[in-house]
Design a protein around this ligand. Structure first.
Ligand SMILES: Cc1cc2nc3c(=O)[nH]c(=O)nc-3n(C[C@H](O)[C@H](O)[C@H](O)COP(=O)(O)OP(=O)(O)OC[C@H]3O[C@@H](n4cnc5c(N)ncnc54)[C@H](O)[C@@H]3O)c2cc1C
Length: 435
């Protein structure tokens, strides 16, 4: 089959390798130049992802073990530590090295790369995708894999009756501003990664990481609204106050980059078309970790195409079923938890963290970048004694947990065979949980 992939993200690259290895004719169109791919920083991924997908591990000189996160409540010293899972430790991997590894491997099995090639739009025949227009040239293909990121214009261009979510809502995206800065000599090295919840009073998180690989400071501020330069500066000043080690000099000045922080798209396949990675909102909704889920999804998609040798909605639906059963349903529950957490008042959040109602056990799985999380929110229900100090808040928490569990069960009960009516009813019910 002839397969076009839009975007050289981790999801598209993983799918490309598996498809080309199975003798499909695969071309990746990437608008950026080769040398600009990847980021100039290190990001977290569980190394088990590589073993599970049969991908050689990144060179260990580009990896450093992740430290434990500490979540810090607003205007408080209350902290919740999130220890690493010793069985599947996370590592911080240099993003450029990761991209090189995935591109090199794809090239070895014959994937063709066209860098500096922007895909303009899709070619349709009714509800089927037949290819794409690249620089005014029609390129026909059996399958178009859309790995173009969270604001995919292709997903938004699909006919309305195809049942796709055109764009995420503002609250479903974190706008992240990240910078790599120097360190002030003589200051104490932090033992943990620091994450400030509701940073500068916004629906936002800020973090400070001392990066052992580079000996530099890694600072990020993510807000669920478009953030301005002055808000980013205010957050940086706050983080600097809390972390005197953070120096003023900026080594890599990040731009503002969107990260989806929501449950996966309730539909991501159509005749001749499939979404993978951020374009299908596959990141873990609490922290926005999407490398592992995207790579796993890329493999699931390729396995489905290889097994079925067909790209109809009915065949590709198996890919959506696999993703929701193994990863997506858990993300649904985490999204409900995250929406609730970000909506509670600052004083209630402080109470939850100070009183020990929310502990590392509740969030640890969510901090695992990429591995399918194991949820332990039900443990919270055992803390009824503490909760009696704030019964109204606790009953809201209990209600949210029940909705989360029901939504997760619904997502996991995705119809195994595609039927337009039952699939649409399942998608609608899933979307309704988030209203
Ligand atoms: C600041 C930041 C920190 C992060 N930290 C982590 C972390 O620690 N751990 C983690 O697991 N995840 C993290 N993520 C998320 C992670 O980067 C993504 O989830 C992951 O890269 C999956 O992305 P993707 O495969 O969907 O492709 P993307 O990375 O979204 O790439 C899409 C590609 O498509 C190309 N493209 C777009 N439009 C077109 C077009 N019209 N024609 C051709 N090409 C096009 C783009 O140039 C781009 O290369 C972070 C993200 C950000 C922004």
């Amino acid at each position: 089959m002839k397969i076009i992939i839009i975007g050289a993200g981790e999801g598209g690259l993983t799918a490309a390798y598996e498809l080309a290895k199975n003798n499909h004719d695969v071309t990746i169109y990437e608008k950026a130049p080769r040398e600009n791919l990847g980021y100039d920083w290190n990001d977290t991924i569980s190394l088990s992802t590589f073993g599970d997908l049969g991908i050689p591990q990144p060179d260990l000189k580009y990896c450093v073990p992740k430290r434990d996160w500490v979540l810090i409540a607003p205007d408080s010293d209350a902290e919740v530590r999130i220890p690493q899972n010793p069985a599947i430790p996370d590592f911080r991997v240099q993003r450029r090295h990761l991209k090189d590894l995935l591109i090199g491997r794809a090239e070895e099995v014959g994937v063709k790369f066209l860098f500096r090639h922007t895909v303009d739009r899709l070619i349709f025949d009714g509800l089927s995708v037949k290819g794409a227009i690249v620089g005014s040239l029609p390129i026909f293909a059996d399958l178009v894999i859309d790995a173009s990121g969270v604001f995919s214009p292709f997903r938004a261009s699909l006919p309305r009756n195809a049942g796709f979510t055109a764009m995420p809502s503002t609250k479903e995206v974190f706008y992240s501003y990240r910078a790599i800065c120097g360190v002030n000599e003589g200051e104490k090295l932090p033992e943990y990664f620091h994450c400030y919840v509701k940073c500068i009073g916004k629906i936002a998180i800020g973090w400070y990481i001392y990066d052992e690989m580079t000996g530099l400071s890694d600072v990020m501020f993510c807000m669920s609204e478009r953030l301005s330069e002055s808000e980013a500066q205010e957050a940086f000043a706050f983080i600097r106050k809390k972390n005197p080690i953070l120096a003023d000099n900026v080594v890599v000045n990040g731009k503002i980059i969107p990260i989806p922080v929501r449950y996966p798209a309730s539909k991501f396949v159509l005749d001749g078309y499939a979404l993978v990675g951020d374009s299908a909102f596959m990141t873990m909704p609490l922290m926005g970790s999407g490398i592992g889920p995207s790579m796993r999804a890329g493999k699931m998609l390729a396995d489905t195409v290889n097994e079925k040798n067909s790209v109809t909605t009915e065949s590709l639906w198996d890919y959506q079923v696999k993703f929701f059963t193994e990863i997506g349903s858990k993300h649904v529950q985490i999204d409900i938890f995250k929406r609730w957490l970000l909506s509670v008042k600052e004083k209630d959040l402080k109470f939850l963290m100070e009183s020990g109602i929310i502990t590392e056990k509740d969030i640890n799985a969510a901090a695992e970048a990429g591995a399918a999380p194991k949820i332990s929110f039900y443990d919270i229900l055992q803390k009824i004694g503490i909760a009696s100090r704030n019964i109204v808040l606790f009953s809201k928490l209990g209600k949210m947990l029940l909705i989360g569990k029901t939504a997760m069960d619904h997502a996991a009960a995705i119809p195994t065979k595609y039927n337009p009516k039952t699939a649409a009813a399942w998608s609608k019910k899933l979307d309704d949980f988030m209203i």
